[in-house]
Design a protein around this ligand. Structure first.
Ligand code: HEM
Length: 151
């Protein structure tokens, strides 16, 4: 009898694991940040919103003066590709490394803080859930030493 009860419990547990909700939750655990953020279009939309905020930010606008449209398009595309690649997506990043891209433009600690606020506003706007939000912020923070030079 005990053996039958154990078998029944095992069967019930296995069938619970096979439900779509369970397997969806399990695969969600393993999905890349890229997929959980919503893929390429979502990352492109987040990038456009963020760049719009950086350019309009009185603390940061000075950095984005003097680029022609071609340069703006290139930087924007590199930004999208960088985020796509860094979050585990199927994109190659062919731009400069972060140290080279930001060398000599003297981004200060205050500039950095302003850019993090802009990023948080973008993440708020797109209602990015807590887990993905902290992963994005951690990934960006890991680049700080390469980007901030004028500390
Ligand atoms: C205070 C914050 C930041 C400022 C003021 C800033 C400013 C700039 C500027 C002026 C450029 C153009 C460089 C050039 O082509 O001459 C640039 C390029 C770039 N930035 Fe930033 N940046 C900031 C933070 C970040 C962060 C957090 C990332 C990480 C995703 C990032 C990713 C890039 C990328 C991918 C490029 C393009 C590099 C290339 O075209 O090869 N930046 N940034």
């Amino acid at each position: 009898m005990r053996r039958w009860i154990s078998l029944l419990i095992l069967l019930l547990a296995t069938s619970a694991m096979a439900t779509p909700a369970f397997s969806q939750a399990m695969s969600n655990q393993k999905e890349s940040l890229y997929k959980r953020l919503g893929g390429y279009d979502a990352i492109a939309a987040v990038t456009d919103d963020l760049i719009g905020r950086l350019i309009a930010d009185p603390q940061l606008s000075k950095f984005f003066v003097g680029f022609n449209n071609e340069s703006k398009t290139r930087i924007r595309q590199h930004f999208v590709d960088f985020l796509c690649h860094a979050s585990g997506g199927p994109c190659a990043y062919l731009g400069q490394d972060m140290k080279t891209a930001h060398a000599g433009i003297n981004i200060s600690e205050q500039d950095w803080q302003a850019s993090v606020k802009d990023l948080q506003a973008t993440l708020d706007k797109f209602k990015v859930p807590e887990r993905e939000r902290s992963e994005v912020l951690a990934m960006i923070s890991s680049l700080k030493a390469d980007i901030v030079h004028g500390q």
